[in-house]
Ligand binder design. Structure first.
Ligand code: CTP
Ligand code: CA
Length: 223
C-alpha cells in the first residue's frame, strides 16, 4: 500500500501567508478587532505545505493550530503585522494576504485603563498602513494575492483593489450569502486576475478553495 502522492506544484517556493484579525489596543484591557477566524489563511498554509512550499504564517490572534511545518510569526496589531510581513518580503516568492487587517487604530493608546466619564466618550481613530498596497508598490518577483470580503458590489470593489494594490489576484466573496460568512468552514469565492479574467467557484470547503487558489498560482508562475 502506497500513500497517495500529491503533486508538488509549489516545491521549493517560499510562500508568506497572513491570517486572522488584528487587535488595535485602546488601553491595557481593551481593543478593537473584527470577526476573522483565520480559517482561510490556515487552510492555505496547510495546502501550500502539502504542495511542497516553505510556508511562513504571520498570524493574528485565532483559535487554530498552525500546521506543524509552518514557520509561525504571531502578531497582534496591524503595525506588528506590517513589520513582520515587510521583514519577510524579499525572501518570499508568493504573498497571500488573507488577514483582516484593521483599517483604523485608536490615535492614542491610554497607558492606564480608561475610566468612565460623565456623558458620552469619543475615541479618535487614525488609518493603519495598507500592507498589500505597500507590497504592490515594492514588488520585484513576488506574486501578490489579496482577499476582499464584501457585502455588496463585489466585482467592482474586487477589481478596484486589484488595480489599487497592484496585486496579481484578488479572491473575493460576498459575506452576506449563506455558507460564505466569517468563521464558516465553507466559502463561495471568485478569483479576479490581473489579466482581467475571473474564475467563479461554487460553494466549497476552505481546504478546497485553498487548493484551487494555489493551483491557479502555480499555473501563473509557469506562464
Ligand atoms: N489589507 C492590507 N492592509 C490593510 C488593509 C487591508 O494589507 N491595512 C489587505 C487585506 O489583507 C486584503 C486586501 O488588502 O488582502 C483587501 O482588504 P480589504 O479590507 O478588502 O480592502 P481595503 O483596501 O481595506 O478596503 P475597504 O476595507 O475599505 O473595502
Ligand atoms: Ca479594510
Amino acid at each position: 500500500h502506497f500513500a497517495e502522492r500529491k503533486p508538488q506544484l509549489l516545491k521549493g517556493k517560499k510562500v508568506l501567508i497572513t491570517a486572522g484579525p488584528t487587535r488595535e489596543a485602546i488601553d491595557p484591557v481593551r481593543y478593537v478587532t473584527n470577526h476573522s477566524s483565520g480559517k482561510m489563511g490556515y487552510a492555505l498554509a496547510e495546502q501550500a505545505i502539502e504542495m511542497g512550499a516553505e510556508v511562513t504564517l504571520v498570524t493574528g490572534p485565532v483559535n487554530l493550530m498552525p500546521p506543524l511545518k509552518a514557520h509561525v510569526i504571531p502578531v497582534e496589531s496591524a503595525a506588528d503585522m506590517h513589520d513582520a510581513v515587510l521583514n519577510q518580503f524579499d525572501a518570499s516568492d508568493v504573498v497571500i494576504m488573507t488577514a483582516a487587517v484593521a483599517d483604523y487604530k485608536p490615535k492614542f493608546y491610554h497607558v492606564q485603563k480608561m475610566k468612565k466619564q460623565p456623558g458620552e466618550n469619543v475615541i479618535e481613530f487614525e488609518r493603519t498602513k495598507d500592507i498589500l498596497k505597500e507590497l504592490g508598490e515594492n514588488k520585484t518577483h513576488q506574486i501578490l494575492v489579496g482577499f476582499a470580503a464584501e457585502t455588496n458590489n463585489v466585482e467592482e470593489y474586487a477589481r478596484g483593489k486589484l488595480e489599487k494594490k497592484n496585486a496579481d489576484m484578488i479572491v473575493a466573496n460576498n459575506v452576506t450569502v449563506a455558507g460564505a460568512g466569517f468563521g464558516t468552514d465553507t466559502n463561495i469565492v471568485t478569483i479576479y486576475k490581473k489579466d482581467g479574467s475571473a474564475i467563479e467557484y461554487p460553494k466549497m470547503s476552505k481546504a478546497d478553495i485553498a487548493k484551487n487558489i494555489l493551483a491557479e498560482l502555480s499555473r501563473n508562475q509557469k506562464e
